[in-house]
Design a protein around this ligand. Structure first.
Ligand SMILES: Cc1cc2nc3c(=O)[nH]c(=O)nc-3n(C[C@H](O)[C@H](O)[C@H](O)COP(=O)(O)OP(=O)(O)OC[C@H]3O[C@@H](n4cnc5c(N)ncnc54)[C@H](O)[C@@H]3O)c2cc1C
Length: 591
């Protein structure tokens, strides 16, 4: 082991040529930081793996003609190195390995796969290896700290801030206020009786220290409080930067619209909290929701969208054909069109004792940043949808035991088949049907959880942690009565507005466009919309589609002074565009 090496890369491949090539490529590129060791088979690896004592970052296991049992070997080695990335390595042309690889990925038995490099300096091979090491490193934590936070691990405020920093991809170091390290840090900052959490911005030369800061204090310290130009009229304001808002902002800005995006929490919305999205096209082994949405944010920004963080939309009114949005900081912004993409938030469990312990043993959503703290604990995941399934898979990496509690008799109607199979294959996960959480207790932290098994009665579990993922409710209250909603609060759009009970009713003679809300020029996209599919891909697609409709709306505004009435526009639009997508508009500047 050379000085400075922090982990090992272990290669177990029987085929001499493949093992030598993989080992040599890894050693040449990563040898300074990682100890690279190659073994001809599981027995040799088993005998020697304790050698240097370094943790293992990745296990590269051969699979193919010489290693027909490669996946079983990887699984066995992985049991001793649970935090290592499990990677299958195959020769190009060994097509029979495809099915077992994808099966193992589905069952969570494999993290990645790659080809044996066929040339020296095979950059594609190295791109995958770098991603594998990045993922391993992210799981370990402890890297560069742009922000350092000292707080009570189980305080709701500290958790909210950790979550916000993590979801915004701001490198964070968190120290529990009770730890020796944290106490030494507070001494170093000359804070004897600090108001927690204490946040230090270490990337600023003056390293400012904030005590129990509000969201706006943090935005200010980050330099995000630049006021909006009150005189500016935007082509489009996008409310919310989840997948739908990001889809809209990428397309709007790339098509030349002067676009502003409002986001009070973190880029990525619900998708940004997902540890692994497996069904977004183009990522056969999945992608973290945070990475996917953050890349979309960078893309929108690069095309010219402006982002206004830490402020939410609070109301919407129409004046002189323009739309005015009031913001949570008291400012307002004027725009020709609006896309509402405010998505949905977690439904609460409705047990008062447990509500009082939110953030202190009771978590809503997957709470990715809390997962490593679940080591050695028993975890209950409440909910039977895909989000609950993904959370259970993620938490099973850390917790001793994960129980998925569902009210129904089976998961079949609510969870994707691939996730059910993955859960069933995990040895520390059990699925408990016909179970309901009915109570709990704790002072500083959740101590007991009471569940009712509909078949066997009430039972109490001690020292468990609860993750609640029981569906979501639309975030539409902020719009007051301005936008028509269905009885669950989702925004009505398009033909839904022509139903007699839609209130407020659609005000114009022309029919509303496909994603248009009851306020002309305001469109809804993604989970917030009544009848939406509740998927990342469909939210992105609706955001993109909304932009096409915005173009048509802007074209109509441009022509409006020469038009006699909205009704006339409708007749022209229908004559020229019977396709239904942009119906109701005199499409694209023909007039
Ligand atoms: C843990 C988890 C895992 C998931 N996994 C998958 C998966 O694997 N595959 C899949 O297809 N789908 C998955 N989903 C569902 C998917 O994430 C959602 O369908 C998608 O995020 C919806 O996108 P959206 O933009 O419509 O809304 P959201 O993602 O909810 O985003 C809404 C945004 O609007 C912001 N906002 C709210 N109110 C306001 C306001 N007043 N002003 C300004 N902004 C506001 C919010 O802060 C948020 O950022 C998952 C969801 C969760 C929670």
């Amino acid at each position: 082991m050379a000085d400075g090496q922090r982990a090992a890369l272990v290669v177990v491949i029987r085929d001499d040529h493949s093992r030598a090539t993989v080992t040599a490529e890894l050693d040449r590129r990563y040898g300074r930081d990682y100890e690279v060791v190659g073994y001809a088979g599981p027995d040799e690896a088993g005998e020697r793996r304790t050698g240097s004592g370094l943790p293992v970052a990745a296990l590269f296991g051969g699979l193919g003609t010489a290693d027909p049992d490669g996946l079983a070997v990887l699984r066995a080695l992985h049991r001793d190195h649970a935090e290592a990335m499990a990677v299958a390595v195959v020769r190009w042309g060994d097509f029979d390995t495809a099915r077992p690889i994808f099966e193992a990925l589905t069952l969570g038995q494999l993290d990645r796969w790659l080809y044996v490099p066929e040339i020296v300096g095979d950059e594609e091979f190295h791109r995958y290896v770098t991603e594998i090491l990045e993922e391993w490193s992210a799981r370990q934590g402890g890297g560069f700290e742009a922000v350092r936070m000292i707080g009570d691990r189980w305080s709701e405020r500290a958790q909210h801030l950790r979550d916000t920093f993590t979801r915004n991809r701001i490198p964070l170091g968190f120290y529990d206020a009770d730890s020796t390290e944290a106490r030494a840090m507070l001494d170093g900052l000359h804070l004897e009786d600090p108001r927690l959490p204490v946040v230090q911005l270490r990337f600023r030369p003056e390293r400012p220290v904030l005590q129990d800061p509000s969201d706006l204090d943090i935005a200010d310290a980050f330099g995000l409080l630049t006021p909006l130009n009150a005189a500016e009229v935007y082509d489009l304001v996008v409310v919310g930067s989840g997948p739908a808002g990001l889809g809209a902002s990428v397309y709007a800005a790339s098509e030349g619209l002067n676009t502003l995006v409002l986001e009070p929490e973190a880029v990525g919305g619900q998708a940004g909290t997902s540890s692994l999205i497996r069904n977004y096209p183009g990522f056969p082994t999945g992608i973290s929701g945070n990475r996917l949405t953050f890349s979309a944010y960078q893309q929108a920004w690069a095309f010219g969208s402006s982002f206004h963080f830490m402020r939410s939309g609070q109301g919407i009114t129409t004046a002189d054909g323009l739309l005015r949005l009031t913001l949570s900081d008291g400012a307002s912004v004027v725009s020709r069109a609006v896309v509402v993409a405010t998505g949905a938030a977690w439904r609460r469990i409705g047990v008062p004792e447990l509500e009082a312990l939110t953030g202190r043993g009771v978590f809503y959503g997957a709470a990715v940043s809390e997962a490593p703290a679940m080591r050695g604990r028993q975890v209950f995941v409440v909910g039977g949808g895909n989000s609950a399934g993904q959370a259970a898979v993620h938490l099973s990496r850390y917790a001793d035991k994960v129980s998925v509690l569902i009210r129904r008799a089976s998961l079949a109607d609510t969870m994707s088949d691939y996730l059910i199979r993955e859960l069933q294959a995990l040895p520390n996960v059990d699925i408990r049907p016909r179970v309901q959480v009915v109570g709990g207790a704790g002072s500083d932290f959740l101590e007991t959880v009471t569940v009712r098994d509909l078949d066997s009665g009430v039972e109490t579990a001690e020292q468990a942690v609860l993750f609640v993922l029981i569906g979501s409710e639309p975030r539409t209250d902020w719009a007051g009565g301005a936008l028509a909603r269905d009885r669950w609060g989702f925004l009505l759009t398009g033909a839904q507005l022509l139903d007699d009970d839609a209130s407020p009713a659609w005000p114009l003679e022309r029919p509303p466009a496909l994603l248009e809300t009851s306020t002309p020029g305001v469109f809804a996209a993604g989970d917030v919309r009544a009848g939406s599919v509740k998927r990342v891909a469909s939210a992105v697609a609706e955001g993109a589609l909304a932009v096409t409709l915005v173009h048509a709306h802007l074209a109509m505004l441009t022509r409006a002074p020469t038009r006699a009435s909205p009704g006339r526009v409708e007749r022209e639009g229908h004559a020229r565009s019977p396709d239904g997508v942009a119906h109701g508009f005199a499409v694209g500047g023909e007039g």
